[in-house]
Design a protein around this ligand. Structure first.
Ligand code: HEM
Length: 407
């Protein structure tokens, strides 16, 4: 049972929030792209870290085992970053594509709920591994726990991929909701997915963790008490992961492009497809140059990986735009300009967020660079005091403004 384009268009516009958006749609679109890039960058480090850990667990080389332990810990922290940074694109997409995102979620509601529980179990297993290996040991124990955590993360990623992919085909929704005219409101199916696209996103973690390892080795190389031979091993291993990973994901991407259904073929000749391809190979190109200069250029690949991720995020969103433009254009969303809440959001994000997170990252960076106990400088102390004041000001100001605004 198929709906014609006009009926789909009416359905999607009827599902829109009649209150409109508090600010211009392009702004939500931009925030969605930027935060998806940040979310997925963290996802690649989390998956890549687990892959490196599993690869080198039982290696006869002690440096490889040390790296396995280090990357298992990096991935543990990356999970929390991926979760926190996942919420932001979730909020954005449900603003500018609310009819699409909510319908996709309702069609697979069972999996949306399962997502939360699977993630809790997977992350708990990651901590089981961490606890059993606390402090590092000659041979890492409980490999099963981190392997099952990885399976959980892959499943969670597949659910997200399916939910996202279903938004591209509103012309199929009725068929999924009522196959052969029989309503199926169980929500137990993920109706649409692309294994090539899913594998592309998952295996992007191979080159990206490679770039991360190069940056990791570069970072520690300024510390006199770190073993230079170990750092050299990590750096070389990083190059290897980038060089193996880039051709692999490029092939997967090309496979995905050529598997696109007829209705989306025009995307292939658009500049966005090229942008996606360039975003994918960028880290490889930069690594080819950076590896010759060793630690001097060790941060370049990770910066290239993030810029590449941003390019991929833009192209991915443009594919969705082109796929649904016959029925729906988020750019014509009604705007009920609300400068008050938009300014509160802007201040929270740009002033409070950048200042506090910037402080935490700077202090962590400096502490890691210091042998022994790190003593904060006067400037760092002043920045910390400023942030505390800012938080108090924000909390009081937020409630005061909301109270005033509600009268
Ligand atoms: C920690 C494990 C996670 C993994 C492995 C993962 C992986 C993925 C994957 C594979 C995609 C789809 C890429 C595509 O095909 O376009 C995706 C998209 C997304 N994920 Fe995650 N994710 C994780 C956690 C989360 C969490 C906890 C949230 C939110 C709270 C989240 C929010 C999103 C959003 C909003 C999208 C984009 C949806 C869209 O634009 O349609 N993810 N993620």
């Amino acid at each position: 049972m198929e709906m014609d384009a006009l009926t789909i268009q009416h359905m999607l516009y009827a599902l829109r929030d009649p209150a409109g958006l508090p600010f211009y749609p392009w702004a939500f679109f931009g925030v969605g792209i930027l935060t998806f890039a940040m979310h997925f960058f963290a996802v690649t480090i989390l998956l890549g870290g687990v892959l490196v850990a599993l690869r080198h667990f039982n290696s006869p080389n002690p440096y490889a085992r040390q790296l396995a332990y280090a990357m298992a810990n990096v991935s543990k922290i990356a999970v929390s970053a991926a979760i926190v940074l996942g919420v932001a694109p979730l909020l954005a997409v449900q603003v500018y594509y609310d009819p699409l995102w909510y319908t996709s979620n309702v069609l697979s509601a069972y999996w949306v709920i399962a997502f939360v529980f699977i993630l809790i179990v997977a992350y708990s297993l990651h901590y089981v591994f961490y606890h059993l290996n606390y402090g590092g040991s000659e041979r890492l124990k409980a490999r099963w726990s981190i392997a099952w955590a990885l399976i959980g993360y892959l499943l969670v990623g597949f659910i997200m991929h399916g939910l996202s992919y279903q938004t591209l085909s509103p012309d199929q929704w009725l068929t999924w909701y009522a196959p052969n005219g029989q309503i199926d409101n169980s929500g137990t199916s993920l109706h649409d997915y692309s294994l090539l696209r899913y594998s592309f996103f998952i295996l992007l973690s191979i080159p990206f963790i490679g770039a991360y390892m190069m940056a990791y080795a570069t970072y520690w190389s300024s510390r006199q008490d770190k073993d230079p031979a170990y750092l050299q091993f990590v750096f070389q291993e990083g190059i290897r992961w980038v060089m193996v990973g880039v051709p692999l994901v490029t092939l997967l991407l090309l496979g995905y492009f050529f598997s696109l259904p007829e209705k989306w073929q025009s995307f292939l000749t658009s500049p966005w497809a090229l942008l996606w391809l360039v975003g994918t190979i960028l880290v490889g190109l930069i690594t080819l140059r950076a590896r010759k200069h060793g630690f001097q250029c060790g941060y370049r690949p990770i910066i290239a990986a993030f810029i590449g991720m941003l390019a991929i995020a833009i192209a991915r969103e443009m594919l969705r735009y082109e796929a649904i433009i016959p029925y729906y254009d988020f750019m014509d969303y009604k705007v009920s300009l609300d400068l008050f809440t938009t300014s509160v959001f802007g201040f929270t994000f740009l002033v409070l967020g950048i200042s506090t997170i910037g402080y935490l990252l700077t202090v962590t960076w400096k502490a890691g660079k210091t042998k022994g106990i790190y003593q904060a400088s006067a400037i760092m102390n002043a920045w910390a005091q400023f942030n505390i004041g800012l938080l108090i000001f924000w909390t009081l100001g937020y409630f005061a403004l909301m109270a005033i605004n509600s009268f």
